[in-house]
Structure formats: structure tokens, C-alpha cells
Design a protein around this ligand. Structure first.
Ligand code: ADP
Length: 385
């Protein structure tokens, strides 16, 4: 075979969709998955079932791969360092990934390069969280609450994030035995994401900045491009993402999650160095999807055009509800909206679990939003017509 082998660590839906994007290119995928039932393990032909926390498993897996990339950020940094020392090509590399693995490391680096963050510092205990809150008290007085506490590692989908109104609320964050980062509670108008892809030799492409709406800490809807976003602010967000990628030497897809403040500034919430939920719209709404560009980037191929194909594209996540048979909803959804694209992950339906998403597009934003929302709700079983 003359085609390269991409080793993907982690068997979730991001791996599944990255593999899908590699198929037309003839790229071989090898997967390291926790179980044979994981979303990507169901579709990739070469699957190693094993634990990514075990160095020997990782080393065996890496043998025969031309490059290693990731579905998640949880591979221990010391293992990544060993793989790199073994001469394995790891993209993004250990040094870049450290910023997506640890929110404390990320904040310190963003400060060093002058990227805007919410006010923050590591706090030692609940009393220190009270002191942090008080440090933010302006002329209005008060105790400085509410604040946000986050474990520096291990959080996802709002887990590991606490909204704290008093010292008593602060105790839970310290129970995990992981360092805790305190942040001012940003009074944001909305959440945005600036997504870019960068290749090893430094080519980079920027997708339009999107609006991301969360429900209970989980991404629910993404609108591309972000409606009524000031052109200058959109340009600033894209430049910021490109600059972060360059400074941190990110290879592949980088999602920069942002807050847009009510006074028209952007602040970085967090970084993800892999394809990201805020980029799923690109599968059907951009000339080159985030997954296709991630594959190109990790192989150091020229990147594809990131421009949108439609005026508006909306993505809605499909969360599991009480209705396990999603296939029976296809007839209605497809008949109602011929533009609709359904992406299912092969996961068992459990309440609140992300089991798929839909994309749809068109010229009228309200109409596109309504069609995407309807399809996601219908698949979930919350609307029965
Ligand atoms: P996760 O790792 O779970 O994605 P995030 O750091 O993105 O955690 O936080 C989850 C959500 O919590 C964010 O999408 C946002 O809605 C809210 N949040 C996080 N940090 C702040 C903050 N400093 N101010 C206000 N809201 C925040």
C-alpha cells in the first residue's frame, strides 16, 4: 500500500466522522478504542481494543501508523512524550496538547501571548475562592460572587464546571483532588467559536466564526456564520485563533471557544485541539469539512477551502430522549426537509447523551433554524405529529 495509515486514539463520534472524511482519499485508519462497540470501532476496519492510558498499548498501536491523532485530549502527557521520543509522528504534538489538557496551563499561556481571558487564577481552597471573588469587587461593592470554578483537568460538557455563589458552593470543586481554576463569571451576550485548521508547514485556514448555543452546559445549536456578528470582531476572532495555533504550534483542527461580552469584546473560554462540535456544520455547509481538513493537516497535505456553501447552515445536536427508535423518525424528517442531513453515531440512546446531529441550510435563518430544531426534536421524540 502506498497510502498512509492514520492512527486515531479514541473511538468516539469524532473519530468516526474523521474516518469517514478519509475514505474518499483512500487513507487507511487504525483505531485505538476502549471497546469494540464504540462509535468509530463499528466502522473502522482495523481496530485495536485497549486502554490509551497504558503506555505499552499505545506503543504497540503506534507501530505501523504514519501519524497519530486524537478523538479526545486525555492521553497522558508523559506517554505522548515517550511516543515522540520513539520517533512517532504525533499531531497535534504533546507540547500543543498540554494547553487543551489543562485549563491552568492554557490560561497561563494565553496570558503570556496577550490573548484575552476572563479574570482568573488558581485557587487553593474554598476560602481562597472567596478571596478571588473579593478581588473582583468594583465600585458597586458586594462580595464579588458569583464566580466560576473549574477543575483544570478532566471536565467536558459542563462537568467539572461549578457556578459558585458562596463559600459553601465552592467545596464540591475541590473534591476531585485536581487543581481548581477560578474565573470571573462573564456576563456574555453569547458564545462563539473560531475554528481553524493548521498544517505542520504552517498553512492555515479559518472557518467563519459561529454562534454556539448551550443547554445545561451541552452544545445544542450552532449557527454558521454567527448572526449579526460585527465584521471587525469576527476578523479579530479568526486572527486570534490563527495566532494561538501558531504560537502553540497546533497541527490539525483547533476550536477556540469564545464569549462575546455585552460590551462587544471577545474572551477565550477554552481550546480544543481536534474536530469539535462547533464545526459539525462544515460537513454539509462548507466546501471542505473540519474532518477532511483535519485529515489533510495531520498528513501535511494542502488544506481545502473553508468557505461556506450556503448563506446559513444550522447544526442541532440530537440528544437521547425516551424514544429509542430514531430510525422510524427518518421518514418524516427527510420528507419534511430535503436539505436535511442526518449524522448518527451508532450509539445506544440514553437520556441526554449526544447520539447524533442534523445539519440543514438555506437563505432564511429563521426557516433554517426551525427546520434543524424540528428535525432534532422529532428524532429525539419530543414532538409527535
Ligand atoms: P467544558 O470543559 O465542560 O466544555 P467549559 O469551560 O467550556 O467546560 O464551560 C462549560 C460552560 O460553562 C461554558 O460553555 C459556559 O456556558 C459556562 N462557563 C464556563 N466558564 C465561564 C465563565 N468564566 N463565565 C461564564 N460562564 C462560563
Amino acid at each position: 500500500m502506498t497510502f498512509p495509515v492514520v492512527g486515531m486514539v479514541g473511538g468516539g463520534q469524532l473519530a468516526r466522522m474523521t474516518h469517514e472524511a478519509g475514505i474518499p482519499l483512500g487513507i487507511q485508519f487504525k483505531l485505538l478504542s476502549d471497546t469494540p462497540q464504540d462509535s468509530a470501532a463499528q466502522v473502522v476496519s482495523e481496530v485495536v481494543v485497549g486502554d490509551y492510558r497504558d503506555l505499552d498499548t499505545l506503543r504497540d498501536f503506534a507501530r505501523g501508523c504514519d501519524v497519530i491523532t486524537f478523538d479526545h485530549e486525555h492521553v497522558p502527557a508523559e506517554h505522548l512524550a515517550t511516543l515522540e521520543a520513539d520517533g512517532i509522528v504525533v499531531r497535534p504534538g504533546r507540547a500543543a496538547l498540554a494547553h487543551a489538557q489543562d485549563k491552568g496551563v492554557m490560561r497561563a499561556r494565553l496570558d503570556a501571548i496577550g490573548a484575552p481571558s476572563p479574570r482568573h487564577r488558581i485557587v487553593a481552597d474554598p476560602a481562597d475562592a472567596v478571596a478571588f471573588a473579593a478581588e473582583g469587587v468594583g465600585e458597586g461593592g458586594g462580595d464579588g460572587f458569583p464566580i466560576i470554578l473549574k477543575t483544570v483537568r478532566g471536565g467536558y460538557d459542563g462537568k467539572g464546571v461549578w457556578f459558585v455563589r458562596s463559600e459553601a458552593d465552592a467545596h464540591d470543586a475541590f473534591k476531585a483532588g485536581v487543581a481548581v481554576l477560578a474565573e470571573e463569571k462573564v456576563d456574555f451576550a453569547r458564545e462563539l467559536a473560531a475554528n481553524i485548521v493548521r498544517s505542520p508547514h504552517g498553512q492555515a485556514v479559518a472557518y467563519p466564526v459561529v454562534e454556539s448555543r448551550q443547554v445545561d452546559g451541552v452544545c445544542d445549536t450552532v449557527i454558521a456564520p454567527a448572526p449579526e456578528l460585527d465584521d471587525e470582531l469576527a476578523g479579530q476572532a479568526q486572527e486570534l485563533a490563527l495566532r494561538i495555533a501558531k504560537e502553540l504550534d497546533v497541527v490539525g483542527h483547533l476550536a477556540v471557544e469564545l464569549f462575546e461580552t455585552r460590551d462587544g469584546r471577545i474572551l477565550v473560554n477554552e481550546l480544543a485541539m481536534r474536530p469539535h462540535n462547533s464545526g459539525h456544520w462544515t460537513q454539509d455547509g462548507a466546501v471542505t469539512s473540519q474532518f477532511a481538513n483535519h485529515v489533510r493537516a495531520v498528513l501535511d497535505l494542502p488544506l481545502g477551502d473553508p468557505r461556506p456553501r450556503a448563506k446559513w447552515t444550522v447544526m442541532c445536536n440530537v440528544l437521547g430522549g425516551d424514544f429509542p427508535d430514531m430510525y422510524s423518525a427518518y421518514l418524516h424528517c427527510m420528507a419534511r426537509d430535503p436539505q436535511l442531513k442526518i449524522h448518527m453515531y451508532g450509539k445506544d440512546v440514553k437520556p441526554g447523551r449526544k447520539v447524533g446531529h442534523v445539519n440543514t441550510y438555506g437563505d432564511d435563518l429563521d426557516d433554517v433554524l426551525e427546520r434543524a430544531r424540528h428535525a432534532a426534536d422529532y428524532l429525539r421524540g419530543t414532538i409527535v405529529e
